[in-house]
Design a protein around this ligand. Structure first.
Ligand code: NAD
Length: 499
């Protein structure tokens, strides 16, 4: 195992030289990263194929292109994002320069997860570099081929004195967490998240935790179930269900269950043929441990579609489970595999209560034509993100922050939010040394007179709401009308003026 203390020490030393803070360094590293991605496109998709049997197109859409587009967005906006942000000033500060300066934290640790091993390491790397930090990246040991590839290519393209990839498993992560970092960005399950947070707490290190959970779906009556089934099946079975924002379970009224299952059956054949194990568009479970875990969830449930498992291939067919009970294991823990349980509820009100009785999910999906029902979920539940009448798509918008809430995580990233996450917002006020007499009112000895002036200068009043908010406008109108009337009268009867 590498000497982590020494690695951390050397990265800190380089950070202190200020090298990573310049626009030129950040831009050059991000451009080199773009080249790294382009030069190694085929190797990246090949590694993902070996790790998760991902189809090349799926890898390009969900990993490669996503990272590439984020890189381009960051390169195109970096100069603007780095500018100090002007703020609104108070009466007392009109002569001062007041702004927010975004500064790098220093040394950042990124712990990646295995299910999207390129996206979940490259996106936070782009963010931390763009914000001017030094970085240590620890890809997940479970997606081994991708981790090996990253360890090989990153030092060839990027500044190795400031950016390092360290591979290894639990002992290496544990060793790294013993060191002091200025920011930790962790993606994974919430059991390890507590270990990460406890390690960070020892040094009061801020963290972003990108976690998972059971993301619910509600399918209303009167929906176009063919479209619902297509979007639901796509979101659930991409990457063989190993997606943090995959629909975890479906809630629907009882009369929706059978027609929805029939539509999903047709869509599954359309997407993956009658024999999904032979379809190159369908993935595999990452390893034997996860295969056994997901397979066990099928014990004692009513399988409506699929349910076929092949241990030697780590294959679990796209599976839909009907009439689930709360006591079923599949309704107890995050599935993170290609199994979709259906749980019957009376209506949206019961579904909202069901969601609110549990931990806040990472994502929520509502299929409905009825705005009252949609609003009921939007206004009366909480989740990291939400997509109405589709799945997953909200996470592809760089202008929407991506992250969890409560047990599904803390902090968010993507697009400008990534840059902000890895930057400390420092408040800066620059004053002049001249005219200190103006400041005399704040210096002792304190007097009632000084207090009166301070009070006047800093006094705030609550904004009027409702009818009273129009009062100044009405007053202004009345004064104007009076004035115009007086002027008009004088113009028509100049003699009046003379009197
Ligand atoms: P994982 O097993 O790859 O673990 C992630 C990281 O934690 C790895 O780098 C690993 O080395 C480290 N780790 C594992 N056990 C550890 C321990 N005991 N001590 C210290 N470090 C340890 O990933 P995972 O947890 O299986 O990932 C799946 C989970 O992540 C799911 O819950 C999923 O929903 C969630 N996830 C969330 C997001 C998101 O963006 N919110 C993305 C992907 C996955």
């Amino acid at each position: 195992m590498a000497n982590f203390a020494e690695v951390v020490r050397s990265l800190r030393q380089v950070f202190r030289t200020g090298r990573t803070k310049t626009y030129e360094w950040r831009y050059a590293q991000l451009s080199a990263m773009l080249k790294m991605m382009d030069d190694n496109k085929d190797r990246i998709t090949a590694a993902l194929k070996k790790d998760l049997n991902k189809h090349k197109i799926e890898s390009l859409i969900f990993e490669f292109n996503l990272c590439r587009n984020e890189l381009i967005l960051t390169l195109n906006n970096l100069k603007e994002w780095m500018k100090p942000e002007k703020v609104k000033k108070e009466l007392l500060n009109v002569m001062d320069k007041c702004y927010i300066q975004r500064e790098p934290y220093g040394l950042v640790l990124i712990l990646g997860a295995w299910n999207y091993p390129i996206q979940l390491t490259i996106l936070p790397m782009i963010a931390s570099i763009s914000a001017g930090n030094c970085v240590i990246v620890k890809p997940s040991e479970m997606s081994e081929q991708t981790a090996i590839l990253l360890e090989e290519i990153v030092p060839k393209y990027l500044d190795n004195e400031c950016i390092k990839v360290i591979n290894g498993g639990v002992p290496e992560t544990t060793g790294l967490l013993q060191e002091r970092f200025d920011y930790i960005f962790y993606t994974g399950n919430n059991v390890v998240a507590k270990i990460v947070m406890a390690a960070a707490a020892k040094n009061l290190t801020p963290v972003t935790l990108e976690l998972g959970g059971k993301s619910p779906v509600y399918v209303d009556r009167n929906c176009d179930l063919t479209t619902v089934a297509r979007r639901l099946v796509w979101g659930k079975f991409v990457n063989a269900g190993q997606t943090c924002i995959a629909p975890d379970y479906v809630m629907c009224p009882s009369d929706v269950q059978d027609p929805l299952i029939e539509e999903m059956r047709k869509v599954l054949v359309e997407f993956f043929t009658e024999k999904p194990e032979q379809s190159d568009s369908y993935g595999r479970i990452v390893n034997a441990r996860h295969f056994k875990r997901v397979e066990k969830l099928l014990t004692g449930v009513k399988v409506a579609i699929g349910g076929v498992t092949k241990e030697e291939e780590k294959y679990i067919s796209p599976t839909v489970v009907r009439d689930c009970k709360l006591s079923d294991a599949v309704m107890q823990e995050e599935i993170f595999g290609p199994v979709l349980p259906i749980y019957i509820v009376k209506d949206d009100k019961e579904a909202v209560d069901f969601i609110n009785d549990r931990e806040k999910p990472l994502a929520m999906y509502i299929f409905s034509r009825n705005q009252r029902i949609i609003d009921n979920f939007v206004n009366n539940t909480s989740s990291g993100g939400m997509c109405i009448n589709d799945c997953i798509m909200h996470a592809s918008m760089p202008s929407l922050p991506f992250g969890g809430v409560g047990h599904s995580g803390m902090g968010a990233y993507h697009g400008k939010f990534s840059y902000d996450t890895f930057s400390h917002r420092r408040s800066v006020m620059q004053r002049d040394l001249k005219l200190d007499s103006v400041n005399a009112i704040r210096y002792p000895p304190y007097t009632e007179k000084k207090f009166g002036v301070i009070n006047w200068l800093t006094k705030k009043s609550v904004k009027k709401t409702g009818v009273m908010s129009f009062f100044p406008l009405v007053l202004f109108g009345a004064v104007l009308a009076f004035f115009l009337k007086a002027v008009g009268v004088q113009a028509r009867w100049p003699a009046l003026k003379e009197q």
